[in-house]
Ligand binder design. Structure first.
Ligand code: COA
Length: 185
């Protein structure tokens, strides 16, 4: 069943359901070097992104909008088997929107929704171990390091690389992550 996500509001951003017209903008963002380095190139063709926007995957995808502009995307997937129920998240921002605390804000808004509205007690996220900016961003929202998942994802050069599993329990969420120094830029 396709889940149509609601609109979620942060202080500076809106998370909203994606539309067909968003595919081109998201494709351009996914081709930016600082995004493709960590996000990978698999499933990054425009028609594949359009399919994601139509909800044809297990992930529920939101477009991140800042001042009316498409700034990136954030998504979640749920494990709904009752004894293992939890949700995983993933995010990317266009280069122009990185380093201003918007990533932490988007993660905090979506995590709040997953805890308050979807009833999750545990959330996970798993950046590459070398993605220091992403790890710092997630820790700022309350995620804690669980451990390294060895050779877990393919790097752009085709080699396998390690990822860091982080998790967050509901009462650990920092709903208003401290603004970063770069935010006023
Ligand atoms: C990862 C991402 C979502 C983070 O969002 P963001 O808005 O850029 O991050 P924030 O500004 O909220 O926080 C970044 C923090 O990391 C720090 N940081 C940035 N680059 C860093 C680096 N190379 N090494 C160490 N710290 C770094 C910043 O100073 C900031 O720290 P602070 O909270 O102490 O000020 C965003 O940068 C992005 O989309 N990157 C490209 C795609 C990607 O990596 N996606 C994640 C896949 S798991």
């Amino acid at each position: 069943m396709t889940t149509v996500p609601p609109s979620l509001f942060g202080r500076r951003l809106l998370l909203r359901a994606g539309q067909r017209a968003d595919a081109a903008a998201l494709h351009r963002i996914r081709c930016q070097p600082s995004v493709s380095e960590w996000w990978g190139v698999a499933h990054s063709k425009e028609h594949e992104i359009a399919a994601e926007l139509r909800g044809e995957s297990d992930e529920v995808l939101f477009v991140i909008e800042v001042d009316g502009e498409v700034a990136g995307s954030i998504q979640y997937s749920e494990e709904n088997e009752p004894d293992y129920r939890q949700a995983g998240m993933d995010i990317y921002l266009a280069e122009a929107f990185q380093g201003r605390g918007l990533g932490a804000e988007a993660i905090a808004v979506l995590a709040g929704y997953l805890i308050d509205e979807r009833g999750h007690h545990r959330l996970t996220i798993d950046p590459a171990v070398d993605n220091a900016g992403a790890i710092r961003c997630y820790v700022r929202v309350g995620f804690r390091r669980v451990g390294v998942m060895r050779c877990c994802e393919r790097a752009p050069d085709g080699s396998w690389r390690d990822a860091l599993l982080l998790d967050l329990l509901a009462d650990e969420l920092i709903r208003s992550p401290v603004q970063s120094a770069g935010q006023s830029r």
